[in-house]
Design a protein around this ligand. Sequence first.
Ligand code: PEP
Ligand code: MN
Length: 375
Amino acid sequence: MLAILHPNTALDSEEYRQTMHYLENLPNVSVRVHEVQGATQRLTEIYLLGDTKPLNKEEIEALPAVERAIRISDDYRILGRHRDDRRQSGFTYNGVEFNQSNLNIFAGLCAVDVPEHVDMMMQALEDHGEVCTRMGAYKPRTNPYSFQGHGKGCLPWVFEKAGKHGIKVIAMEITHESHIEEIDTCLEKLGRPTGVMLQVGTRNTQNFELLKAIGRQSTYPVLLKRGFGITLNESLNAAEYLASEGNANVIFCLRGMKTEAGQPHRNMVDFAHVPAVKRLTRMPVCVDPSHSVGSREQSPDGILDVMHATAQGVIAGANMVLVDFHPKPEKALVDGPQALLMNELPAYLEDIRLCHDTWKKRQAIYQRLKDNTPE
Ligand code: PEP
Ligand code: MN
């Protein structure tokens, strides 16, 4: 059971004290308080765990500080979308809004290499009014002898350049909890010229200790990639690990599944799951067409498979696109062959906008159908 308190209930108010007194004395029930800071108000959610079957929803709703109660299932308690659950999805980070209705594009380098390329990428984004990017500093590689990313060493100049080009959020994968502090220390030292969304890669989706460590901080939101060889339910539970530790600012990223059946693509594109994730949870959903498709192959219609896959995700309601670009793919240290080119950026952005608008129009068509259908 979840008890949602009236917005901005003060934790030292009499209503709060009475409500907590009642809840904490329920037999065989433990109480977990979760604070949600929205753009305009603070919400307190109280999760009642344990033997909650005998609890009466109306009785909980009659408590002085409680606005409403929701009976929640055991799956994805915090991030899930439960019956009668009208809670909002999403969050704002560093002035950028992330929710299940809007769309943010994170085009950038798979791996940071040299300052010149980072600058060219960010300049192009700035020219097109984009405020988000992807920049890999810590790279998880299959082969231990492959380039592992510049790590902590590149952070100062990447963050400085981001600030210079008006970039507000950088999606950056971390592979160890110590990287959170490296990022935080560096941003703090520079006066926070930009923001970071911590990315958990597909190889770490079930690295539970890493998830718990990331979940314990709420300075940085998280982009969790779906595990490439596990069920959707297992990946969604991995996201819930972050929330259960306190950080519910999570975006879920589809990036394709590892199977021979996906060929000729690097992975089996799984973007039909965009609406499924939005139905099962309140997380904004991201698609990564670059790591799904993994090449610059093009169909006879003159459109690259990466672009087609992006369109499929966005037209189905995706809220974020994470995509590899590179000014000189032949010089890229990681994943050059799948990178889109600078001169493809304007058309790509236009295509994405078209698909997002089309998704909105599709929603309107079905809304009209619903409005005209008798109950
Ligand atoms: C990436 O986005 O750079 C990456 C390594 O992706 P994934 O974890 O999905 O393979
Ligand atoms: Mn990559």
